[in-house]
Design a protein around this ligand. Structure first.
Ligand code: PNS
Length: 167
């Protein structure tokens, strides 16, 4: 049986924290699907296509660097995560946990998803020590005011963010 793990998120923008979770997640399932939520309600900085492109580009680099052998797919989704998980045949959802402040939101989401789809488990990976406070919203705010974001996001992502704020 192929165990498919689904790592969902908005990834706006993709951070080193996300890449760390993606790398480790790919080692605990046979196939990893990175589910990119359209999330138009959040008015994302990058379009869905840009986010897909960025993740594909960065995961290719990371896979090569870490010699990741399992299949990794990047797919967009709209609507309920539980419906998407059903469509791709996911065995479980993977989410990253940073600080205690993440816990309530994640607990609520995992519980709601399990209520909607009884056998759908959520597996949490704790963020690596040097990434534990990195959040996309924080990166956006720092970049907006001209701060240095190079330790939070890969150089290619940094360049796209700079272009967004200072075209
Ligand atoms: O990276 P994020 O923004 O924390 O990811 C949140 C995401 C996309 C995983 C969540 O908003 C989601 O699952 N959206 C799809 C709609 C849905 O199923 N909502 C109910 C979740 S309980």
């Amino acid at each position: 049986m192929t165990r498919i793990g689904l790592y969902p998120g908005t990834f706006d923008p993709l951070t080193y924290g996300h890449l760390d979770i993606m790398t480790r997640a790919s080692r605990i399932c046979d196939k990893l699907v990175i589910g990119v939520a359209e999330n138009s309600g959040k008015s994302p900085m990058f379009s869905l296509n840009e986010r897909l492109e960025i993740i594909q580009e960065q995961m290719a680099l990371v896979s090569q660097k870490h010699g990741l052998e399992n299949e990794i797919l990047v797919q967009s989704f709209t609507g309920l995560l539980t419906d998407f998980s059903e469509k791709i045949g996911a065995s479980f959802i993977i989410r990253g946990l940073r600080a205690v402040s993440d816990f309530e939101y994640e607990f609520q989401m995992a519980s709601a998803n399990r209520r909607l789809k009884e056998n759908l488990e959520t597996v949490f990976l704790t963020a690596s020590e040097h990434q534990h406070f990195v959040a996309s919203s924080l990166v956006k705010e720092i970049a907006k005011f001209g701060g240095d974001i190079s330790s939070f996001v890969p150089p290619e992502v940094e360049a796209r963010i700079q272009l967004y704020f200072r075209p």
